[in-house]
Design a protein around this ligand. Structure first.
Ligand code: NAD
Length: 481
């Protein structure tokens, strides 16, 4: 694949940043120069917001919900037609093994199918009110929505956030992450080819400090959907507060899976490991804590250790179990955490293998399972965002609940037990946006509302519920005597 220069997309035109600056994008599998993107600043963001505003007053704003839905459907079809191109580009850009990248393309298409079908099914109420009055509610778009996207699942996250926003009739400005954004740019081309009116979707690439900050603080924005770290989420929320703008924050997690002695271990084992190492652990809903009832703790630890020893790490296009981290910076962060385990007396129960063919310039990290660590340790409390899991024992339901709830996060929880009463007791007691019983995996569930409690964020994306997040309720009261 030859090195390319990608531009911004504003008001239906592909253009360079106003001051002509660019950023280099690197391939994390070997450190080579993959592409250049526009390095946008406040002038580019301003143009994009104006273009979105103009589209709301034009074809896009006047379009019926049914016609919007048809366009979203066509976008989904276009995504599937480009599955090979998008999967390879995502593999190179993020470092994701090809089969995981293909699954992300399918999810992106599915979001547009789902929200395309939903576009004309959101309707308000009639409300019993005073005699002589009729009162109704309408769901209307916020107006211009900002979408700030992280690097770990560019396609899935643009799908869930943009799909719902466009279905509701908003006009969008998208700012993908500087580390990995090439599939978001290709996606924008696909949306254009599907007939999305000019200005309904605008794309500005660049750094978070420049383009991201300019977008989140722009007075012409009416809603912000942010996915990323807690620290940046707080900055975005503060910027939004200055303009009194609503925000959806999808932040990190430290999601546990609880394994009880009566669980079907053969079924659970692949989920326990996969949920930790998929996308090299760079998944907000990664299950980084495995909590096991003490009577089966040694057995589960041994079986997980076996699975870890078989894990192979290598270039994304080799399509092994685990690819590189997105960047050398992320590799250094994760290796710092593994170093903490060794320093503080925790045990490395098992590690995977980086294949010898992996280029020296790649950002590879050895998947690591850690045991004998205390609940207050940083390895248990902090999001590592790498292929690292801790495994800890518990005694009884109450301790399982206390450990599960004992971090600042609350995104996803898995519960493995065949005791029906316990399934519901725990599901109710866990502080978390999603609970999976005898399964685990937020990624696939386009239909399932998703989001966090506590530091994992607020607001919900995915499913039908997300549509209401991208809408505002207007109440109309009519006096007719
Ligand atoms: P990040 O917060 O550094 O960046 C996310 C996005 O915000 C990027 O587009 C970045 O350019 C932009 N940004 C950075 N600084 C900004 C600023 N000052 N103002 C506005 N925008 C700014 O996060 P990341 O490193 O890209 O992603 C990793 C983190 O994201 C992890 O903590 C992970 O848990 C979280 N995450 C959460 C979810 C979820 O759905 N809950 C999904 C993916 C990632």
């Amino acid at each position: 694949m030859s090195k390319r220069t990608y531009r911004n997309y504003i008001a239906g035109r592909w253009i360079d940043a106003a001051d002509g600056r660019r950023l280099e994008i690197l391939d994390p599998s070997d450190g080579s120069h993959l592409a250049d993107i526009a390095r946008s600043g406040s002038e580019d963001v301003d143009r994009a917001v104006q273009a979105a505003r103009t589209s709301l007053a034009g074809d896009w704003g006047r379009m019926s919900a049914t016609d919007r839905g048809r366009i979203l459907h066509r976008i989904g079809e276009g995504v599937l037609k480009n599955i090979n191109l998008l999967a390879e580009l995502e593999a190179r850009d993020v470092g994701k093994p090809l089969k995981q990248a293909r699954a992300d393309v399918e999810a992106l298409a599915r979001y547009f199918e789902f929200y395309g079908a939903a576009a004309d099914k959101v309707h308000g109420d009639t409300i019993p009110y005073r005699t002589g009055f009729t009162a109704i509610t309408l769901y209307e778009p916020h107006g211009v929505t900002a979408h700030i996207i992280p690097w770990n699942y560019p396609m899935q996250i643009i799908g869930r956030s943009l799909g719902a926003a466009l279905a509701m009739g908003n006009a969008a400005v998208v700012k993908p992450a500087e580390e990995a954004c090439l599939t978001v740019i290709e996606f924008t081309r696909i949306a254009e080819e599907a007939g999305l009116p000019h200005g309904a979707l605008n794309l500005v690439t660049g750094t978070g400090e420049e383009a991201g900050a300019a977008l989140s603080g722009h007075p012409g924005i009416n809603h912000i959907s942010f996915t990323g770290s807690v620290a940046t989420g707080a900055l975005v929320q503060a910027a939004a507060a200055r303009n009194a703008v609503p925000v959806t924050l999808e932040l990190g997690g430290k999601s546990p899976q609880l394994v009880f002695a009566d669980a079907d271990l053969d079924r659970a084992l692949p989920f326990l490991v996969m949920a930790g190492i998929q996308n090299a652990g760079q998944t907000c809903s990664a299950s980084s804590r495995i909590l096991v009832e003490r009577s089966i703790y040694e057995e589960v630890a041994a079986r997980m250790a076996d699975a870890y020893r078989k894990l192979k790490v290598g270039p994304a296009l080799s399509d092994l179990d685990v690819g590189p981290m997105v960047s050398r910076r992320q590799k250094d962060i994760v290796e710092g955490y593994i170093g903490l385990a060794e320093r503080d007396g925790a045990r490395l129960a098992a590690q995977g293998t980086i294949v010898p063919e992996a280029p020296a310039g790649g950002a590879y990290v050895t998947p690591t399972l850690i045991r004998d660590v205390t609940p207050s340790h940083r390895l248990v409390q902090e999001e590592i965002f790498g292929p690292v899991q801790v495994i800890m024992p518990f005694d009884g339901e109450q301790q399982a609940i206390d450990l599960a709830n004992g971090t600042p996060y609350g995104l996803v929880c898995g519960i493995w037990t065949n005791d029906g009463g316990r399934q519901f007791r725990l599901a109710r007691a866990i502080h978390s946006g999603q609970v999976f019983i005898n399964n685990y995996g937020a990624g696939g569930g386009i239909e399932l509302p998703f989001g966090g409690v506590k530091r994992s964020g607020h607001g919900r994306e995915k499913g039908f519920e997300a549509l209401y997040g991208f809408a505002t309720t207007k109440t109309i009261s009519i006096y007719h005597g």
